[in-house]
Design a protein around this ligand. Sequence first.
Ligand SMILES: NC(=O)c1ccc[n+]([C@@H]2O[C@H](COP(=O)([O-])OP(=O)(O)OC[C@H]3O[C@@H](n4cnc5c(N)ncnc54)[C@H](OP(=O)(O)O)[C@@H]3O)[C@@H](O)[C@H]2O)c1
Length: 250
Amino acid sequence: MRPIDVEALRYPRKPMAVVTGASGALGAEITRQLLKRDWFVVATYRSRPSEDQRQGTLWERFDAGDPETATRLKWVTEDLPHHLQAVFCCAGAPSSKKPVADTDPDEFARVYEANVITFAAAWRALAARARFDGSSVLAIGSDAGRAARPNNGPYTAAKAALEALVITLAKEEARHRVRVNLLAPSLIDSPLAHEVMALKGVTDPVSYFDGLPWNRALELEEVATACIDLATAPQWRYASGQVYPLLAAS
Ligand SMILES: NC(=O)c1ccc[n+]([C@@H]2O[C@H](COP(=O)([O-])OP(=O)(O)OC[C@H]3O[C@@H](n4cnc5c(N)ncnc54)[C@H](OP(=O)(O)O)[C@@H]3O)[C@@H](O)[C@H]2O)c1
């Protein structure tokens, strides 16, 4: 049992979220929207802490390849007086967009670590607190996990594995009132998307977006709002073990 921290009891108790990959575009937007709603956010980065150190955010380094950072995430989160209502797992990394025959096996390991091990390691760090608080967990997958398009093997395989892990975890944690879901967006207009388009040799992103369903990419703001809604809004309180595509292309 943790000793009772008297100072913490005087602290106003807020809804709290952990956002992994909060230094990335989507994690940063989820964090921004949660702060506007007066949540407390434990925001993780791996290599580049955000310059946006707003009040109500605690930045922690978390790297799936460094178990000490996961241990620290566990202790820091367990010591906070707030109510852990949601965990948003936004960490991820793309592939180099080569055919499998030309992809170094190390790339499969690196992409798997960024997209899948981050989720497993974060859950291991947060499980005790999340079970106690009956948290909702949302993993960010991708439509790539099912579309299985050519030249994206490591990323497709990792996001497919992430779906399987989310469904497994939802079954394991149901008895603790923990919900676990996955949102699978298609292309989001973000720095990562522009990096991926460049790797694919796309020189005109506007025309590329025009060829997508509804002639557009998703916007960061709308994806972040959908993430927060799915993880926290009362109308989703029955949803667990589900995969929700957003604007999936064929
Ligand atoms: N952008 C899109 O078009 C799109 C579409 C569908 C799905 N998604 C998915 O949505 C999620 C967020 O995308 P995004 O555009 O925000 O990506 P992003 O800007 O590249 O951010 C990725 C985040 O993951 C962190 N990260 C990477 N490897 C990690 C590791 N091994 N351990 C811990 N953290 C790690 C990065 O930390 P540092 O930067 O500090 O190193 C960063 O905070 C990803 O899972 C992505 O696959 C994105």
